[in-house]
Design a protein. Sequence first.
Length: 263
Amino acid sequence: MIDDAQIPRKGPQRSGSARSVDSASRVVASKVKFTGLGADLINHEVDYGPEPELNLADSAYRAIEEMICTLELQPGARVSESSLAKRLGIGRTPVREALQLLSRDGLVVVLRRHGVLVSEIDVRTQLRIIEVRRALESLMVRLAAERATEEEIAQFAKIAAAIYAAVDANDDLAFVRLDSQLNELLARACGNRFASGSMSLMTPLSRRFWYRNYKSAGDMMLGARLHAEIADAIARRKPDEAEQAVKRLLDYIEDFSRKTLDR
């Protein structure tokens, strides 16, 4: 019987990438560059190896998703295909395809003949997501610790080190990007496309919620370290430790989310 762990896995197709100040070059490039403390780790060492070149729709998704998750496009903002295409320096067709994916992910609402609205942030939605993540993410980290290739194990170790470097530099944007890389790597390494497909629908919403509220209700350094602990446990092939690290992370995220209700 063949399971997903035996099926060759492709590189990531979607997730956050680079800042919109260089939007046009970001759509062409598939790698993110950082500066400052930890830049060597972040820029050069976390290497997924050969992967297919992203098409324009995938690249547009990455660019727009990051604008939304980092609140460059604010909740409730009205955007259009033409304005985004101009901002990214590409045609409207890949932007339209990207917006369809973002609508599926709950990040935008497509209004027929009235453009596109960036979805609002809802703490109750975040709490429901956490309920599902507790079961799903625990499964995924256990599978990754058991199934990951040696190359993927090395990548988990490098991402853990890069997250610690981002914490030391107090670089929240670098952490958001590394979190996206960690999610992509976990999705590949767990070897279960059904689990990773379900998780991909939740992570952008969770990332945006965190980015919006962490300065007033959370602790960026603690949250980042908890992510690094997950990556480190997988890198050491310790499924029990990885699962416990997930529990600590989600306990923190739930506590942090509930604090936003009191503000």
